[in-house]
Design a protein around this ligand. Structure first.
Ligand code: ADP
Ligand code: ASP
Ligand code: MG
Length: 405
């Protein structure tokens, strides 16, 4: 008998038929004598719909009410699923975030879970009552409802698995596991049997939304084993586990992409000490996260260009911050582009294999795709390209590294 946390994503609970189907998956686990706690997302599209509604009310909808509003999507699915299980003769009840409670800290919209009262959940399981917990929800120390960031039900599941000391956490979704790239844009993508936390964290951070990146970080720190699998088939999924349990037979493990970045260039800034710090200080003060950075070598030791990328949502704020710097910095031009996307390769294998960057750049060149910015870490290389080249770039790189084999 194992103790398992099972999490079902939005498409898996998209309508009442699917909720009944999910109840049957849970029943099978119970029939095998496992102890189970369940975490659910809102029905597909519901959270987006609630966001649109808040925008229709006001451009400046209050953050505290926004979180209380958004958390309602998960409440609906948890109660429907508890009812569906009872219909199958399984004792179950919904446990809302505030009833447990799942305590969070930090800002609304992006709170972080700091504790889960495992006692009530364990008692429920010991009494043979399956707790059905809405993901995404939290309670602040000021007793207000919070939410933990888009895609956050994954992080709820991992946090609950950790606090319950579950044997593992299963993430049920609409694909059969983690693939070498998003199968929606590369049909030749292959399912990965085992992937390390480190690689999964890079993939998720770089755009593979099959797992929310914060949830992977939490799993890595707390050693929570994860299986990502499909709600709609019985096939084995992807096991996310510690690096020492993985053998690396491929140079790279996967290709990820994101299209929520924007590029900012300051042309003609003075080439002297203190300039970079003067640019990045107000960005930091305004909570703007900078990702890729390049500074051109100045030809005349007088002036240079600095380019960096930020989240697209931060572009307006960044422009105004840079405009305010104009007098202090005396740069020539401010250029921005929000039609860019970041394509990345990830893999621990690249540490020991030479020529990985060459192979990636060569693949892009074969399709005449221009690289605008490059950044690297030990186990990833990212390039910024024109957004319209995203799909072609992912496919040609995927093919060049033989990931379809
Ligand atoms: P859920 O609602 O179950 O949380 P998500 O939509 O958040 O599901 O994540 C699943 C989706 O992630 C898939 O439908 C797929 O299109 C996308 N995806 C992106 N990159 C990958 C990848 N490398 N492997 C698998 N799926 C991926
Ligand atoms: N419903 C939330 C969202 O759409 C959380 C989740 O599904 O994981 O972001
Ligand atoms: Mg998700």
């Amino acid at each position: 008998m194992s103790k398992i946390v099972m999490k079902f994503g939005g498409t898996s609970v998209a309508d009442t038929d699917r909720i009944l189907h999910v109840a049957n998956i849970i029943k099978k686990k119970i029939d095998q004598n496992h102890k189970v706690a369940v975490v659910v997302s809102a029905m597909a599209g519901v959270t987006n719909d609630l966001i649109q509604k808040s925008k229709k009310i006001s451009d400046d909808f209050p953050n505290d009410e926004y979180d209380a509003l958004l958390s309602s999507g998960e409440q609906v699915t948890s109660t429907l699923l508890a009812g569906a299980l009872q219909k199958l003769g399984i004792k179950a009840r919904s446990w809302l975030g505030w009833q447990i409670p799942i305590v969070t800290e930090g800002d609304y919209k992006n709170s972080k879970i700091i504790s889960v009262n495992s006692k009530v959940l364990n008692e429920s399981m010991d009494q043979g009552i399956v707790p059905i917990i809405p993901g995404f929800q939290g309670l602040s120390e000021e007793n207000r409802i919070t939410t933990i960031g888009r895609g956050g039900s994954d992080a709820s599941a991992v946090a609950i698995a950790k606090c319950l000391e579950a044997d593992f956490c299963e993430i049920y979704t609409d694909v059969e596991g983690v693939y070498t790239t998003n199968p929606a844009i590369e049909p030749k993508a292959k399912k990965i049997e085992k992937i390390s936390y480190e690689e999964m964290l890079e993939m998720a951070t770089l755009g593979a939304k099959v797992m929310q990146s914060y949830s992977v970080q939490k799993a890595m720190i707390n050693d929570v084993e994860i299986y990502v699998k499909s709600t709609f088939s019985n096939n084995s999924g992807t096991h996310i586990a510690a690096e020492d349990k993985i053998s690396y037979d491929k140079v790279i493990t996967g290709v990820a992409y994101s299209s929520d970045d924007a590029k900012v260039t300051l042309q003609g800034v003075k080439d002297k000490p203190g300039v970079a710090s003067a640019i990045f200080k107000p960005l930091y003060e305004n909570n703007i996260v900078v990702d890729m950075i390049v500074q051109n070598i100045s030809a005349d030791n007088q002036k240079t260009d600095i380019t960096f990328t930020i989240k697209r949502d931060d572009l307006k704020k960044t422009k105004s911050v840079m405009d305010q710097l104009k007098n202090e910095l005396e740069y020539d031009h401010l250029l921005t582009d929000d039609k860019v996307s970041k394509v990345s390769i990830v893999g621990a294998g690249m540490i020991t294999h030479p020529g990985v960057a060459y192979k990636m750049f060569n693949a892009l060149s074969s399709k005449k795709i221009n690289i605008q910015v490059i950044s690297t870490s030990e186990i990833k290389i990212s390039v910024l390209v024109d957004e319209k080249n995203t799909k072609e770039a992912v496919q040609v790189i995927h093919n060049a590294f033989g990931l379809d084999k």
